[in-house]
Design a protein around this ligand. Structure first.
Ligand SMILES: C[S@@+](CC[C@H](N)C(=O)[O-])C[C@H]1O[C@@H](n2cnc3c(N)ncnc32)[C@H](O)[C@@H]1O
Length: 196
C-alpha cells in the first residue's frame, strides 16, 4: 500500500533515549513496570535503545503500515545519519525487535479503553495534528486508552504550523481534561497529564 491517504508523511528523526528523557523530565525508573505507549514513534529508536531493559513498550506510527520496501524507498534520499537510518530501518523489520509495532494514527488509537499506564508522544501528537478536529480526537483517544492513575507526557508544548483554531483546541482539551479530574503540569517544554 502507499501513503496517499494515511497521513502526512513526516520524516522521523533519529532522536534517542537521552533526548526523550531530557525533554520529558523522565528517567528509566519512571518506565519500569508500566505498560507504555509511544505515539509517533517513527524509527522506534527509543524502544531500541531500551531493549535490554525488558520494558513493555507499544510503538504506534502510521509509518508501520508501509511494507519494509516502501519504508526503505521513502528514506532513500535521507540526508543525515544514513548508516544509523539503515540500522533503524533494518531493526524495524527484524523479528527480535524490542517492542510491539502497531500501525495507526493518534486520533483513532487501535487499543481498548484503559490499556496503558504511560503514554508518551515526542514530536508526535498533537505537534503534527493537521487541524483542530484532529487535536481534539487525539486528546479524547489519549483519555480513553489511559488507565486511571496513569500519565501522559507530551513534548513539545507548541505545535508545528500552529494556527488559532489548533491552539484553541489544545487549550480547550487541556481545560476539559482538568475539569474531568486530570492533574496537568508543564515541565520544561513538555506537558504532564496525570489521570486521577
Ligand atoms: C519527527 S517524528 C518523531 C519520531 C520520534 N518520536 C522522535 O522524537 O524522534 C514524527 C513521527 O510522527 C508520526 N506521525 C505523524 N502523524 C501521526 C499521527 N496522526 N499519529 C501518529 N503518528 C503520527 C510520523 O509518521 C513520524 O514518524
Amino acid at each position: 500500500m502507499g501513503n496517499e491517504h494515511l497521513w502526512e508523511e513526516i520524516r522521523p528523526t533519529a532522536r534517542g533515549m537521552s533526548e526523550h528523557f531530557e525533554d520529558f523530565g523522565l528517567s528509566i525508573d519512571d518506565l519500569r513496570g508500566k505498560k507504555i505507549l509511544d505515539i509517533g514513534s517513527g524509527l522506534n529508536q527509543l524502544a531500541n535503545e531500551l531493549k535490554e531493559d525488558n520494558l513493555d513498550i507499544t510503538s504506534l506510527d502510521p509509518l508501520y503500515a508501509l511494507s519494509a520496501e516502501e519504508r526503505e524507498a521513502l528514506y532513500e534520499d535521507y540526508e543525515d545519519g544514513s548508516e544509523e537510518l539503515q540500522k533503524l530501518l533494518h531493526q524495524l523489520k527484524s523479528e527480535n525487535r524490542s517492542s510491539k509495532l502497531v500501525a495507526g494514527r493518534s486520533d483513532a488509537l487501535p487499543f481498548a479503553n484503559d490499556s496503558f499506564d504511560l503514554i508518551i508522544s515526542h514530536y508526535g501528537s498533537p505537534f503534527y495534528a493537521e487541524d483542530a478536529e484532529k487535536v481534539t480526537q487525539f486528546f479524547s483517544e489519549l483519555n480513553r486508552v489511559l488507565r486511571s492513575g496513569g500519565e501522559a507526557r507530551i513534548y513539545p508544548t507548541w505545535l508545528r504550523n500552529s494556527d488559532i483554531k489548533k491552539s484553541a483546541a489544545v487549550k480547550k482539551c487541556l481545560k476539559d481534561l482538568e475539569e474531568g479530574g486530570f492533574h496537568i503540569e508543564q515541565i520544561g517544554s513538555s506537558w504532564m497529564l496525570k489521570k486521577s
